[in-house]
Design a protein around this ligand. Structure first.
Ligand code: IMP
Ligand code: MG
Length: 180
């Protein structure tokens, strides 16, 4: 399947424009020693662009990464999160900006929030490119949201379907999911 099989939702230009306004919003609320923790793999493109948008607003932040088990080849959340790659150990007194691609049920963010708190983090803010509030099963909310989207399966700009479409420069809905 090539990228023609994906119906665009947000273009490259719309993404960049929104990222810059989001960075402006975030720069006012993030302490200077904030550690960005980006969740692999889905948030890698967003996090890279967002870091540079924050730099444009005068913030040069440190970044670390975590990887947790996610959807695999299915399209529904399992609820159980397994940490495959952890971030640096010393989070004491470190403000955190957790960056993920999509806030869906909230299971991932809830589990990571608990994990980071155990490691000593006290000030955790959450930034997601996409928010799907219709599917929330937890009380999780993001402090910074790129776009609020309907309950559709979305790919591109780092976000995959069974490891495909991460390299798409825009965000869209695979045709096979468009009519669901
Ligand atoms: P949650 O734990 O249910 O909030 O799920 C969050 C994770 O599910 C995200 O980080 C994504 O990896 C994945 N996810 C949720 N919705 C989609 C989607 O529409 N496309 C691809 N992955 C998704
Ligand atoms: Mg993910």
């Amino acid at each position: 399947m090539n990228s023609d099989a994906v119906i665009p939702l947000y273009t490259k230009e719309q993404l960049q424009q929104r990222l810059q306004s989001l960075a402006k919003e975030a720069a006012e609320k993030l302490p200077e020693n904030t550690l960005v923790i980006a969740l692999l793999k889905g948030a890698f493109v967003f996090a890279a662009d967002f870091m540079r948008a924050l730099n444009n607003e005068g913030l040069d932040l440190e970044i670390d990464f975590m990887s947790v088990s996610s959807y695999g080849k299915s399209t529904t959340s399992s609820g159980k999160i397994n940490i495959k790659l952890d971030c640096q150990d010393n989070l004491q007194k470190r403000p955190i900006l957790l960056v993920d691609d999509i806030l869906d049920t909230g299971n991932t963010v809830a589990a990571i929030r608990q994990h980071l708190t155990k490691k000593g983090a006290t000030n955790i803010q959450v930034c997601v490119l996409l928010d799907k509030p219709a599917r929330r099963t937890t009380r999780e909310q993001a402090d910074f949201v790129g776009f609020t989207v309907p309950d559709k399966f979305i790919v591109g700009y780092g976000i995959d379907y069974a490891e495909r479409f991460r390299s798409l420069p825009y965000i869209g809905i695979p045709k096979e999911f468009a009519d669901e």
